[in-house]
Write a protein that binds this ligand. Structure first.
Ligand code: ZN
Length: 268
């Protein structure tokens, strides 16, 4: 049995017996792991009051031979994010981040990029100057990028050429719509859109302004900080339906948001 130590963000906690916990988390260097925290509720425990969601912890554990449940030896707090619990909107967004990290991570597979994105996302949610919708959309874009599934927002996802709108609104060009397909990888040029439709693939449309706003959230500039309210909800709608399609599931923490009518659907 080896003894290991790593930085960890917990994804779930389940009480076990009278005073113990089974916790699951994503670690910086060892991927997603599960631990038995014996006596976690006892004041004398070496991880008493440490095992909370949303914080960055340092855990030390003994690996278990032939079992995926490791034995926690000690734990300390590196970054406390207690502020997230004080604000229901920020806490809900934090639960989306942790559920998505849980869904895409694989047990025991090191995923340092995913760990870093989750840490950045939780820190961004703590920034009271910033919108929780921005932090959530930004994390979702980073996650898609980690998975190699970033939607094409500017060029055609299929041929790489320019993807002009398929429905123009001369009075309000930003409301013009480009062809868009989750299965096709994002924005499409009119010719590739026709080709995919002919193959029986589902191709819809997306307003140019929403594609542009998603690019702002992805970019490093400060322009994204000015996005607010409805515009960020539309970017989230695009990203979360795109993620749902590629993950082949509707995350529990997003079921309310995604049960609402599509925010980017064309006006009838
Ligand atoms: Zn094309």
């Amino acid at each position: 049995m080896a003894s290991l130590r790593d930085r960890v963000i917990l994804l779930s906690r389940t009480p076990f017996g009278e005073s113990s916990l089974v916790v699951q988390g994503i670690s910086a260097r060892h991927g997603r792991l599960s631990w038995m925290a014996k006596g976690a509720y006892r004041a004398s425990s070496r991880f008493y009051c440490v095992l909370d969601l949303c914080d960055t912890l340092e855990l030390e554990w003994q690996t278990a031979q032939g079992s995926d449940l490791h034995t926690l030896r000690a734990g300390s707090l590196l970054v406390r994010r207690a502020g997230l619990c004080a604000d229901p909107r920020r806490f809900r967004a934090a639960m989306v981040l942790t559920e998505l990290a849980d869904l895409v991570s694989r047990a025991g597979q090191p995923e340092p990029g995913l760990f870093a994105s989750l840490e950045r996302g939780l820190d961004a949610l703590l920034d009271l100057q910033g919108s929780p919708d921005w932090a959530q959309a930004r994390f979702e874009l980073e996650l898609l990028s980690e998975l190699g599934l970033l939607p094409s927002l500017e060029q055609c996802a299929a041929c790489g050429r320019a993807a002009p709108p398929v429905r123009t609104e001369p009075s309000s060009p930003a409301k013009s719509r480009a062809a868009f397909s989750a299965s096709g990888g994002g924005r499409l040029c009119p010719a590739c859109a026709r080709l995919l439709r002919a193959q029986g693939r589902r191709v819809g449309t997306m307003p140019l302004e929403v594609l542009e706003d998603a690019r702002l959230v992805l970019g490093k500039g400060s322009a994204a900080a000015q996005l607010a309210g409805e515009r960020l909800l539309k970017v989230r709608d695009l990203l979360e339906r795109f993620l749902g399609y590629h993950l082949d599931t509707r995350p529990r923490s997003l079921s309310g948001f995604l049960a609402a009518p599509q925010r980017n659907a064309p006006a009838s």
